[in-house]
Design a protein around this ligand. Structure first.
Ligand code: B12
Length: 208
């Protein structure tokens, strides 16, 4: 079972095929993380390139995203490590004005599978909503995702809000997403990671 079949089906937006091939890959013993990286992510990366070059358009990208989510839903339960004690509580959100959630969901999945309790606030989350959730859940980590240069500012506003509410010193701020950089993170007082595996390593380092 070649994982490229998953990538091909995802690019073509064949949701049912993505599900079938993901199940097939698992049944022949492929590792969940390998399926994510060499199947689902590999396909989504090509979609990203084609979207950028004007070879794919929003409706097609949406269907590909649905296919990605469908594959991830199958893999999600397998990433959980059973009864591990919680490494900490993390609140995650895609920031205000931004509806991209595939990458953030992937980071949430990896965090959960490595033992963190994750509260996912979804997309388009205002600084107020994020700050409220940090308070309510007494979070150790807050993770923000932004995929648009225009929505990145919301990360800075949220960090400032955390400071104003006296929460900043008790919570580790992690940020990520395509336009986000290490420099930007440093500038606003957050920590950056470029992918979901690294995100877990970063969280572990911050919590150590
Ligand atoms: C899929 C997609 C969409 C889908 C989103 C579906 C969904 N449910 O998410 C749809 C079609 C809805 C969409 C809409 C739009 N999109 Co769009 N989209 C993409 C695309 C092709 C892929 C994003 C993706 O899912 N990648 C796969 C995931 C796995 O990767 P990832 O998101 O980067 O996440 C990884 C890391 O960044 C990191 N990470 C992510 N979040 C976090 C958080 C933390 C805390 C950490 C530590 C790490 C981390 O870990 C993840 C896993 O490894 C990108 C292209 C690209 N190159 O990114 C454009 C892209 C982001 N979109 C873009 C644009 C312009 C738009 C629209 C404005 C288009 C339009 N004209 O309507 C709208 C905006 C809608 C809105 N208000 O948000 C631009 C943004 C340009 C910019 N610099 O601002 C991009 C870059 C495409 C481009 N090159 O032009 N889009």
């Amino acid at each position: 079972m070649e994982l490229t079949r998953i990538a091909e089906a995802l690019k073509a937006g064949r949701v049912e095929d993505v599900k079938t091939y993901t199940e097939m890959a698992l049944s022949v013993g492929k590792e969940p993380k390998e399926i994510i990286n060499s199947g689902l992510m590999a396909g989504m990366n090509v979609v990203g390139e084609k979207f950028k070059n004007g070879e794919m358009f929003v409706p097609e990208v949406l269907i590909a995203s649905k296919a990605m989510n469908a594959g991830m839903e199958i893999i999600k339960p397998l990433l959980k490590e059973g009864d591990v004690t919680s490494k900490g509580k993390a609140v995650f959100a895609t920031v205000k004005g931004d509806l991209h959630d595939i990458g953030k969901k992937l980071v949430c999945m990896m965090m959960e599978s490595s033992g963190y309790e994750v509260v996912d606030l979804g997309v388009d989350a205002s600084p107020e909503k994020i700050i409220e959730a940090v308070k309510e859940h007494d979070a150790d980590i807050v993770g923000m995702s932004a995929m648009l240069t225009t929505t990145m500012m919301a990360m800075k506003n949220t960090v400032e809000g955390l400071k104003e509410n006296g929460l900043y010193d008790d919570v580790k701020v992690m940020i990520g997403g395509a336009p986000v950089t290490d420099n930007y993170a440093e500038e606003i007082g957050a920590n950056y990671s470029s992918d979901s595996t690294e995100a877990v390593e970063l969280a572990n380092r911050l919590m150590a």
